[in-house]
Design a protein around this ligand. Structure first.
Ligand SMILES: [Fe+2]
Ligand SMILES: [Fe+2]
Length: 209
């Protein structure tokens, strides 16, 4: 048994990021940008998405890819370097979007922002495919229990951590809900699942997406 046999959370988060880009695009299309409240709601939702995606990449770079590189073969290191380079590319697009949402105003060109979201969707889709098909297996081969523990601790260490699990399940494929909540031991899950789901539902209502 390896330190990371179950990678469903990585795959399920990738799908959730892609759904979220489309959700934000739909929100952008219908938002009345002359209304300050509507702008703030959209920006808040985007901020959750952007923080969660930045955090996902930072966690992989720091606690997975960099930790296993010293144990991997040159060919495997090249794959991991490619994963990090793709994170860099994604970061550039995401940083442009961060600026666009931070400066959102009545004069914002919706089409321009939507095009940037399309670009992010395309690059993210390619990266997720590469990672799921090539990158994560290398991590699984070499990652230690200690690294996985630190990685898990890092993934929980974010402002939006309580929203992430219900968000991963929002509009997901059948089976994702069981995989996602199955990561939490039963007795704790009984308490956490309704609490976190309530928080996420309230957040979604607040952001009106
Ligand atoms: Fe990932
Ligand atoms: Fe990644």
């Amino acid at each position: 048994m390896g330190a990371m046999d179950d990678v469903s959370m990585n795959t399920n988060m990738h799908a959730a990021f892609k759904r979220e880009i489309r959700r934000i695009q739909a929100g952008l299309t219908k938002a009345e940008l002359s209304d300050q409240g509507a702008r703030a709601r959209l920006a808040k939702r985007y901020s959750f998405f952007s923080d969660t995606l930045h955090h996902h990449h930072e966690g992989e770079d720091q606690y997975l890819f960099d930790r296993v590189k010293p144990k991997a073969s040159p060919a495997e290191v090249a794959v991991l370097d490619q994963m990090e380079a793709e994170h860099g590319q994604l970061n550039e697009i995401l940083t442009t979007l961060d600026g666009q949402f931070a400066a959102i105003s009545a004069d914002t060109d919706k089409q321009e922002v939507s095009n940037q979201l399309d670009a992010l969707f395309d690059v993210l889709t390619q990266h997720c495919d590469d990672e799921e098909q090539n990158g994560i297996q290398i991590v699984q081969r070499y990652v230690s229990e200690h690294d996985v523990k630190e990685f898990m601790k890092f993934t929980r260490d974010t402002e939006y951590a309580k929203l992430v699990l219900p968000w991963v399940c929002d509009n997901a494929e059948p089976g994702v809900e069981d995989q996602t909540w199955g990561m939490i031991p039963g007795p704790v899950r009984l308490f956490l699942k309704p609490m976190m789901t309530r928080k996420y539902d309230a957040f979604s209502r607040e952001c009106a997406v």
